[in-house]
Design a protein around this ligand. Structure first.
Ligand SMILES: [Zn+2]
Length: 166
């Protein structure tokens, strides 16, 4: 009995093997480089890929006299898709000093703050006011409604209510 089962299994294995050999020439064809690329891309997960490639910008910090300048401030606000004045007021609130945006789009803070501190607060800003806590996407909008901010995610649709600071 055991032998028969084994034998049948072997036979079906053989058939599968045989068939795959027979059909092989039909299945195998050469793909062009473009086709292979297209196939590879079509298999990538569409939804999460945009969130994964998002790179949180790093602040370039220079200290001049008694002031701290975020050189690429305008670009940071651009990349994060947040109002420059929102990010400006975030720094004013967190660091407790006055800050102005100059003509070159740089943020000029009163007082000396090193790059580590500036970037730590930038990371905190991104985590709280840009990144969706539900799905992790950075494609979000921040809308002010009275005394709160609504962080609306464009990837998953989640809405998060945050305390407004401005
Ligand atoms: Zn989301």
């Amino acid at each position: 009995m055991a032998f028969t089962v084994l034998n049948e299994n072997y036979l079906s294995l053989f058939i599968i093997k045989y068939r795959s050999v027979v059909f092989m020439p039909k299945q195998v064809r050469e793909y062009s480089y473009e086709e292979l690329l297209e196939r590879a891309y079509s298999r990538l997960p569409q939804k999460s890929s945009s969130a994964e490639v998002f790179e949180v910008p790093k602040a370039e910090v220079t200290i001049v006299g008694g002031k701290t300048i975020i050189m690429n401030f305008r670009k940071i606000a651009d990349v994060l898709a947040r109002d420059e004045s929102l990010l400006q007021h975030y720094y004013i609130k967190e660091l407790g000093v006055p800050a102005v945006i100059n003509e070159a789009g740089q943020l000029v803070l009163q007082g000396k703050f090193n790059s580590i501190v500036i970037n730590k607060f930038l990371d905190m800003f991104v985590k709280k006011y840009v990144k969706c806590p539900t799905c992790g996407s950075y494609h979000t909008k921040l809308i002010k409604k009275g005394k709160v901010f609504i962080l609306k995610c464009e990837a998953c649709g989640a809405e998060t209510t945050l305390e407004a600071f401005k």
